[in-house]
Ligand binder design. Structure first.
Ligand code: ATP
Ligand code: MG
Length: 334
C-alpha cells in the first residue's frame, strides 16, 4: 500500500536531546508547518529513542516538555495536529519487538547513524543498534504515508519501508509503505565548527550550533566565528565545505536558489559582509520562534494538556494496529 486516503498521514519527531537547532528548524519543523493543512499530522517526541545514548533523568524530563514548547514555537499549532510523547503510547516498543524479529542484524550494523554515534565510544548499548527498528515501529504503527526528515534519516525510513513490505508479504497486507520527504535545501545543515559533520543537538560544542533560542547577538557571534577557508569567493564548492554550508543555510533561510545567491554575492570580496547578511537573515527568521517559545515555555499545565490530548487521539490508532499485528502473527487474544 503506498500513500493512501484522501488526506495522507504524516508522522515525524525530534528527540528531546537538547534545544532544537537551525538544522532541526530548516530541515524539519519549518517544513512540517507547511503540511498542517494538507495532511493529518502526528508529531511526537521520541524519548524512547533519546535513551539510546546516556541521559540525565531530570534533564531528559525537562527537555521533553521543552521540546513540546519548541514544537509549538516553531509553528506546530496543536489545534491543527497531534503532538504526543512516545513513552505515553502503548504500541511503539511492542511493535518494535515484532519488527525486530524480521530485521537482519547486518542491516542494523550498516546504518550510518549507528556508526557515527558508536564511533570512539567505550560502551555501546544494543538500544543504539536497535534504534532504526523502533523508528520503523513509530512510523508503521500509524500507517504513515509520509515521513518528512533530514537526509540523515533517509536510511532509517528505507528500513521502515523494507519491514513494511516484508511483513505484508510474510503475513498479509497490513502496513502502508511510507515515503520519506526530504528536500534538497536545508536537508543537511552542517556544524559551524566542523562542516564535515552535521549540526546536532547532542554536539557538546555550543558554538558549532545555532539554537532556535539564541539571542541576536549570539547568532552574530557564532556566524562571525564560523569556520570558512582562506579564499574569498562565495560559492558552493565541495573542496570548501565551510562556506558551502553557510551558503546553503542562507538559501534555506531566504528561499533563494543556490544560483541566485551565488550571483548576489559574486561581486563581494571577503566573507565578512556575507556573514553579516547571513546573520541578519537568521535573526529575522528565528526572532518570532524565540518570542513564542519564551511566552509558553513555563506554562507547564498548557504543555501537559497538549500532550495529553495528543495521546488521547493517537492511542486508539496504535492499539488497533497492534491488535491487528498480534492477530496476524499468531498471538493468542486475551
Ligand atoms: P541528536 O544529535 O540527538 O541525534 P539531532 O540534531 O540529530 O539530535 P534529531 O532529533 O535526531 O536531531 O532529528 C530531528 C529532525 O531534524 C530529523 O527530521 C532530522 O532529519 C532533522 N535534522 C537533524 N539534524 C539536521 C541537520 N543538521 N540538518 C537538517 N536536518 C536535520
Ligand atoms: Mg539525530
Amino acid at each position: 500500500m503506498e500513500a493512501s486516503g484522501s488526506k495522507g498521514i504524516v508522522l515525524t519527531g525530534m528527540q528531546p536531546t537538547g534545544t532544537l537547532h537551525l538544522g532541526n528548524f530548516l530541515g524539519a519543523a519549518n517544513r512540517w508547518n507547511r503540511m498542517l493543512e494538507r495532511y493529518t499530522c502526528y508529531f511526537f517526541i521520541p524519548n524512547q529513542h533519546a535513551i539510546t545514548v546516556p541521559q540525565v533523568p531530570a534533564a531528559l524530563r525537562a527537555a521533553t516538555l521543552n521540546c513540546v514548547a519548541q514544537y509549538i514555537a516553531c509553528g506546530l499549532d496543536p489545534k491543527k495536529c497531534s503532538i504526543f510523547i512516545q513513552s505515553h503510547i502503548v504500541g511503539h516498543t511492542e511493535l518494535a519487538w515484532v519488527l525486530g524479529s524480521l530485521t537482519p542484524l547486518g542491516q542494523l550494523y550498516r546504518m550510518h547513524q549507528f556508526k557515527d554515534k558508536s564511533a570512539k565510544k567505550e560502551h555501546i548499548y544494543s538500544g543504539l543498534l536497535y534504534y532504526p527498528v523502533l523508528m520503523a515501529a513509530d512510523i508503521l504503527l500509524y500507517n504513515a504515508d509520509y515521513v518528512p526528515t533530514g537526509e540523515d534519516q533517509r536510511q532509517h525510513v528505507e528500513l521502515a519501508r523494507d519491514l513494511a513490505e516484508k511483513f505484508n508479504t510474510t503475513y498479509s497486507e497490513t502496513f502502508t509503505v511510507p515515503v520519506p520527504l526530504i528536500e534538497k535545501v536545508g536537508a543537511r545543515i552542517m556544524s559551524l565548527k566542523s562542516p564535515e559533520n552535521k549540526m546536532s543537538k547532542s554536539d557538546p560544542d555550543g558554538n558549532a550550533t545555532i539554537y532556535i533560542t539564541d539571542a541576536p547577538e549570539v547568532i552574530r557571534k557564532k556566524i562571525a566565528a564560523a569556520v570558512t577557508d582562506s579564499g574569498d569567493r562565495i560559492c558552493a564548492d565541495p573542496e570548501r565545505p565551510g562556506i558551502g554550508n553557510l551558503l546553503n543555510i542562507y538559501c534555506a533561510a531566504t528561499h533563494m536558489t543556490l544560483e541566485e545567491a551565488e550571483e548576489k554575492f559574486a561581486t563581494h570580496s571577503g566573507y565578512a559582509p556575507f556573514k553579516r547578511e547571513l546573520a541578519d537573515a537568521l535573526i529575522a527568521l528565528l526572532e518570532p520562534v524565540r518570542g513564542h517559545y519564551a511566552a509558553i515555555k513555563d506554562d507547564k499545565e498548557y504543555l501537559q494538556s497538549v500532550v495529553r490530548e495528543g495521546a488521547e487521539t493517537v492511542q486508539p490508532i496504535a492499539r488497533k494496529t497492534l491488535a491487528k499485528v498480534y492477530r496476524k502473527i499468531g498471538f493468542l487474544e486475551q
